[in-house]
Every structure is written in structure tokens, then in C-alpha cells.
Write a protein that binds this ligand. Structure first.
Ligand code: EPU
Length: 417
């Protein structure tokens, strides 16, 4: 796949596009399959790189994965290899979620520790401490975390310091097969996590409180394969809505769940967008020029940190000064320098991003940085004068199925070259 996106700004996007299942749910469903031998079927699966990488993790464990359109079939063996190697964990942090599932299923797990990334150090201490409270023992040797559960995993009370999505998921995946009841307090409430709980319940798990900040999981001796349709990707939907607004266009996103984007839609409305929703679609009509707004990213149902770069890109042309406060990650600001090359006036001060709106952007060559940053820079390109070239465009392939094609179908002057 060519590694640059070329976009020429100035065309208002118009039309309708459908979104697929959420990356951050599918990846966890794939890990959950490891909890039960047999054939699982996951539907509404996007064709993205992260699904391919997770497929390689599962294959390393001994499972086989087949994606046919939007249907993913996973065959899980009776005796999985309890290991996730560095070359895969390095490519995708979500690989560490096999820790809880493999410990629960086999009593051991060897998982390479992910390092830091562009968002800051992103430790996994909550995952490890919670699993230890359930009876797991860990040893870190040569960059690999060796986990064992010599007496099996047992239910316990875990109180998370922060409603970490990954830690809640790792503990949930471990607890469904543990002996007794596990209570996770201050649990994450993200819709993707609720979707994982629903999938696990179809597999025979007993979970109370999905979607609330207290999860109560009653362990069962075994689970069975299930069929599940993945919840729509609110980040994919949100990204195309911001793109539509930025281009001064009118875009309808279908096959989505507007209630999962309440805060994001409220903020878009505050900038002057006209928003209408049905049960499964959202239409945005962008203003001539956005009004500046202040936003703080927070765990769900707060404004999603993975919509932060896209909204900053949009607010770069607002009338006035906006403040976006990043509360989830220590830093995800590298893309700001790229936006400033396009004529934006943005700086980070600690956790705060100060965006002084400018009248216009001018296209130039910039670097993709990460999934959401690459999407955000493309969004800037949709309004910029002349051509914007986003290098390292492979980042968008990790999280967006047919990103360039979908924008082109809305009328954008965009190619992959
Ligand atoms: N944290 C700790 N210790 C831990 C776990 C987390 O300090 O043991 C901190 C992190 O460093 C971070 C914060 O807690 O500052 C939140 O991290 P969280 O665990 O909630 O995030 P995650 O599970 O690693 C998932 C998504 C991210 C998304 C975050 C927040 C997946 C595969 N990834 O990551 O998605 O930003 O939740 O909603 O589900 C993306 O899709 O582009 C992406 C980065």
C-alpha cells in the first residue's frame, strides 16, 4: 500500500457513508475467543491492520483466523500456546490483553512488555496488580512478563485507580473463568467494553453491571464459542463527522449509535454545526467558520481522547481561541507541530492545548504520527489551500477501513500515492 495521502482542500464533503464495527471492540473479542475452544464468528469486522496483527497474535497462540468480508472466523485449539512475542506486542499494545485470557485458560502467560509510545509511557501496572489480587504471580525477565496462576485464579475485589479500559478488560477476561466472584470498582464504561461483556455473556459468562462503573463477575468453569456482531465504531463515525464539518459540507454517517457520541456531538453543535440524528445515523452540516469551544477529554461518557487530534484540527480554523485539555494521556501532542506547519497557531502547555483560530490553512508535506493524528492531519488538508501530503499514512490503516476511499466517495479530492 502506498504510504502517503494526497489531499487538495476546498471541496465541501457531501453524501452518506456507513461505519463498521469498532476496532477497540473487535480486538478484545478476538482475545476473548481464546477462552473457549471451538469455532467463533465475529461480524461487522473492519478490514484494518490491527485486526490482522491481532490475528497473528492468535495464530502464534495456535488459533486460526479467517476474515471473509466483514466476518471473522476464529478456530481456537484445546491447548493454546500461552505466549505473545515482542515483535507482535511492539506493533500493537492491545496484544497484552492476552495476559488475562491465557492465565484464566491455561494457568500461565508469557507476554513481552510493551514500551512507551507517542502518548507517554502507558504502563500496565493496574493490569498486573489486579491479576495478582486474583492469585497470579509475575516475574519480569529480559523484557518478558512471565505470569503463572499456581493455584488457579480466584474472585476478589479490585478497585482501579483510574477507569483504565485495558485493565478493566484484562481483569474481566480473567475473571469470567476464575473461581468465585470478582468485583471491579471504578471500572471503565466504554461502549466497546460493554460489547465485550455482551459477547462474553453469549459465551456463557455471568456478568452484572456491564456499562456501569462496578462490574460483578461470577466465574464459571467453562465457556463455549459464540456468534457476535460488533458494536459500531464511534471513533470512525466521529472522524467523518468532523471531516464533514471542517470541509463546510453535509455528511451523514449511517450504521452508527448516536448515543455513544453524545459529548462529541454536543461540542460540535457548540461550534455551530447543525446536527440531526436518527436511531442509527448522524448528519452534520458544518458552519462557514467554527466558533471556538473548550473541551476536556475524559473516560466515557466524557469527550473521547481518540477524538482529540481531529477536534483540535477542526478548531484550528475557529473564530477565537479554544482550549483542549488532555486528561487521559500524559502527552499526545506530536502532531501539533505538523498542524503548525500548515499555518495553525497551536501550542501545548502541560496538559492543555491552546488553539488560536486562524483564517486559513496552507497545504504542505507532513508526517502521520499515529492513527488519530494521521486522520486529523487529513481533516486539516480538506480545508487547506493547495495540496497536503501526509507521509507515514500506514497509521490510518491500523484503525480505518478504506479511509481514503470513503472520503473520496464524499467528494474529497484525495488519493493514496
Ligand atoms: N494506565 C496506567 N496503568 C495501567 C493502565 C493504564 O497508568 O495499568 C493509564 C494509561 O497510561 C493512560 C490511561 O491510564 O494514561 C488510560 O489508559 P487505558 O488503559 O484506558 O487505555 P488502553 O486500554 O491502553 C484503549 C484504546 C485506546 C484509547 C484508550 C482510552 C484499545 C486497543 N485502545 O487503550 O485507543 O485511547 O483506551 O480510551 O482499546 C486508538 O484507538 O487510537 C487508541 C489509542
Amino acid at each position: 500500500m502506498p504510504d502517503s495521502i494526497h489531499v487538495r482542500g476546498g471541496t465541501p464533503l457531501t453524501g452518506e457513508i456507513a461505519v463498521l464495527g469498532a476496532k477497540n471492540a473487535v480486538l478484545k473479542h478476538m482475545v476473548a475467543t481464546l477462552l473457549a475452544p471451538g469455532t467463533h464468528r465475529i461480524e461487522n469486522v473492519p478490514g484494518i491492520l490491527d485486526v490482522e496483527i491481532m490475528g497473528r497474535v492468535l495464530e502464534h497462540v495456535g488459533a486460526s483466523c479467517r476474515q471473509d468480508g466483514t466476518v471473522l472466523t476464529v478456530d481456537v485449539p484445546d491447548d493454546p500456546v500461552p505466549e505473545a512475542p515482542l515483535e507482535l506486542v511492539r506493533q500493537m499494545r492491545a496484544s497484552i490483553l492476552v495476559l488475562g485470557a491465557l492465565l484464566a485458560r491455561t494457568g500461565e502467560a508469557r507476554v513481552a512488555l510493551p514500551g512507551g509510545d507517542d502518548f507517554g509511557s502507558r504502563p500496565i501496572d493496574f493490569h498486573v496488580r489486579g491479576l495478582e489480587a486474583m492469585g497470579a504471580e509475575f516475574d519480569l525477565r529480559h523484557g518478558v512478563l512471565y505470569g503463572t496462576a499456581p493455584r488457579g485464579l480466584h474472585g476478589t475485589d479490585v478497585f482501579l485507580e483510574f477507569p483504565s479500559v485495558g485493565a478493566t478488560e484484562n481483569l474481566l477476561l480473567a475473571a469470567v473463568l476464575a473461581d468465585g466472584t470478582t468485583t471491579i470498582s471504578n471500572a471503565a464504561r466504554e461502549p466497546e467494553l460493554t460489547d465485550l461483556a455482551e459477547y462474553l455473556m453469549k459465551m456463557g459468562a455471568k456478568i452484572d453491571g456491564a456499562g456501569t462503573s462496578t462490574l460483578e463477575i461470577h466465574g464459571v468453569p467453562e465457556l463455549r464459542p459464540a456468534v457476535h456482531r460488533t458494536v459500531p465504531d464511534r471513533l470512525e463515525a466521529g472522524t467523518y463527522l468532523v471531516a464533514g464539518a471542517m470541509s463546510r459540507g453535509r455528511v451523514t454517517v449511517t450504521d452508527c449509535r448516536p448515543e455513544h457520541l453524545r459529548m462529541e456531538l454536543r461540542k460540535l453543535e457548540a461550534t455551530g454545526c447543525a446536527i440531526t440524528t436518527t436511531e442509527t445515523s448522524i448528519t452534520v452540516e458544518g458552519p462557514e467558520r467554527p466558533v471556538a469551544v473548550d473541551i476536556a477529554t475524559l473516560p466515557y461518557p466524557g469527550f473521547h481522547t481518540d477524538m482529540h487530534p481531529q477536534i483540535v484540527s477542526y478548531l484550528s480554523v475557529a473564530d477565537g481561541t479554544s482550549l483542549v485539555t488532555e486528561n487521559v494521556y500524559a502527552g499526545r501532542f506530536r502532531y501539533l507541530g505538523e498542524l503548525n506547519r500548515m499555518g495553525c497557531d497551536i501550542h501545548a502547555d502541560g496538559q492543555h492545548v491552546v488553539i488560536r483560530g486562524v483564517d486559513e490553512l496552507s497545504g504542505c508535506e507532513i508526517e502521520g504520527c499515529d492513527i488519530r493524528a494521521a486522520a486529523a492531519l487529513t481533516i486539516a488538508g480538506l480545508r487547506a489551500d493547495g495540496e497536503t501530503i501526509i507521509r507515514d499514512a500506514h497509521h490510518v490503516d491500523r484503525g480505518y477501513d478504506g479511509f481514503v476511499g470513503k472520503l473520496a466517495s464524499l467528494g474529497a479530492d484525495i488519493t493514496r500515492a
